[in-house]
Design a protein around this ligand. Structure first.
Ligand code: SF4
Ligand code: SF4
Length: 480
């Protein structure tokens, strides 16, 4: 990587190692070279900040929304109920979460195949929080050169004041983030009251601090190292790339040979390419790499270097796009944008697109058609089959009724599948809003209506106040 490295001899003490042994010295880890990204403005920076605002308004704001007199989005782990606006999900609804994760993964594959590391560059929490922490850092310590000078300066009153202010602001933002995270698991107003009265419970305190420290550490200190060394996606996203994937690229053919020149010079006549070697693209890079060295796994595709280089091209009165989104094929064959876009309809993209649409569509349809009533039939093993009054046969069951609507309902229970099969005794059950209730149910048939053995039957549970609210469940009726 060209950075200083810590070394360790693999053959005894370094002081006694022979030249041959010295050649075997291995780098154990790379010492971090601190990156001081320069502020950048432009089209892509605008998009990145739009995503920062959007994602953070959703994250910090949603926890405060109310719905039906309760928090709109609340994952109530103790009650094992997840509230998401008008929906109440139970552990039995885990399939929806699975579907959502599958669609999310497929969408990630799709976007990566089309546009490279779009997620990393614009929407990943690591990028978003680093951007916010960097903004605070710039406001307090200044831009790149001011920060570099400050770090090199000896510790004095000014440096101490700036560092304390910066870390104070970072910690405040990190703790607010931790507070918001926990507020998705317990009502935010209750949590706020507990925080203000210093009566927060143990686990809430732990998770607020844990999430806050993770935010502070990742966005304030580790930054690009999370992307380079910790993120698994950075490691495997390469397999989703092909020669038609849009990536941030430097146009070597146009830029080289690079070199400084007077602004008014005819650089072609003095044998230079369009790159003025100003290193602005390197200075704005949050991972500290030089995009002119080609595609590197450290590149998170944030396009900061595109914005920076475009501004240089404007000043030099050269066409924009020396660094741009392009594909390997487009660069090699000199394709224009239309030719490049034509390659969007390639098998990999089509397959990802169709599968994402199908599974996403199925998920939306199943949510739309979801009946807010679930019924589980549990047989009463203590009395599987017995003789009823009058000589008939009786089976006893327990029905678990789950009302996933936020209104109470009264349900009528019926059964079918055998002649004269009917519920004996009470056949109605009241279930409160977003609650479940177990109901013992006795089914009877008249004498001689069924052979000995197990017979398939069906329970039907229907709300009295809403005919469309019905759930059916199969079971077995035993005759001995
Ligand atoms: S910003 Fe553009 S002109 Fe400046 S060094 Fe980078 S590629 Fe060359
Ligand atoms: S090389 Fe460019 S796109 Fe890649 S991380 Fe650096 S600034 Fe962002």
């Amino acid at each position: 990587m060209g950075n200083p490295v810590q070394t360790a001899s693999v053959l005894g003490s370094p002081t006694t190692a022979s030249p041959a042994a010295e050649e075997l010295e291995q780098a154990l880890y790379e010492v971090r070279r601190k990156v001081y990204p320069r502020a950048v403005h432009g089209w892509f920076a605008g998009w990145r900040w739009t995503l920062v605002w959007l994602t953070q308004i959703v994250f910090y704001g949603t926890a405060w929304l109310e719905w039906n007199g309760r928090q709109a989005v609340l994952f109530d782990l103790a009650a094992r109920k997840f509230y998401v606006f008008g929906f109440v999900f139970w552990p039995q609804d885990f399939i929806y979460l699975t579907g959502l994760l599958v669609v999310g993964a497929l969408a990630l594959f799709l976007f990566t195949a089309v546009g490279g590391r779009l997620w990393c560059g614009y929407a990943c929490p690591q990028t978003v929080y680093t951007e916010m922490f960097l903004w605070i850092e710039r406001k307090i310590e200044g831009d790149r050169h001011a920060r570099m000078r400050l770090d090199q300066a000896p510790l004095g009153a000014r440096k101490l004041a700036l560092k304390v202010t910066k870390h104070g602001a970072w910690i405040a933002l990190a703790l607010w983030t931790g507070f918001t995270f926990v507020a998705y698991f317990m009502p935010i107003r209750e949590l706020a009251r507990e925080v203000l009265t210093l009566s927060v419970g143990g686990w809430e305190t732990f998770w607020m601090l844990f999430y806050g420290v993770a935010t502070y550490g990742n966005a304030g200190w580790l930054r690009e190292q999370v992307c380079k060394y910790m993120c698994p996606y950075a490691r495997f996203q390469g397999v989703m790339f092909d020669r038609d994937t849009m990536i941030v690229t430097y146009d070597t053919g146009r830029g080289e040979p690079r070199g400084a020149r007077p602004r008014e010079a005819d650089h072609k006549s003095i044998g230079l390419g369009d790159c003025v070697n100003c290193t602005m693209c390197v200075q704005v890079c949050p991972t500290g790499i030089d995009i002119r060295s080609g595609l590197q796994y450290e590149c998170i595709g944030c396009a900061a270097c595109i914005d920076a280089c475009d501004q240089v091209m404007d000043r030099m009165k050269y066409p924009r796009g020396l660094i741009r989104y392009s594909t390997e094929n487009a660069l090699e064959h000199g394709w224009n944008v239309r030719q490049m876009l034509r390659r969007l309809a390639r098998p990999r993209v089509l397959i990802y697109g169709v599968v994402t649409l199908v599974i996403g569509g199925a998920l939306v349809a199943s949510l739309y058609l979801r009946v807010p009533l679930k019924v589980d039939v549990l047989r009463d093993r203590a009395s599987l089959s017995r003789e009823a009054e009058g000589g008939g046969v009786e089976n006893v069951y327990r029905l678990q009724l789950m009302n996933t609507q936020e209104a109470p309902h009264r349900y009528r229970i019926r059964a079918s599948g055998l002649p004269t099969l009917a519920v004996a005794g009470a056949d109605e059950v009241e279930v409160p809003a977003a609650a479940s209730r177990q109901a013992p149910v006795r089914l009877q048939i008249e004498p001689g209506m069924a052979e000995k053995g197990a017979h398939k039957i069906e329970f039907e549970v229907r709300a009295l106040d809403d005919e469309s609210l019905v759930a059916r469940e199969n079971s077995v009726f035993l005759v001995r």
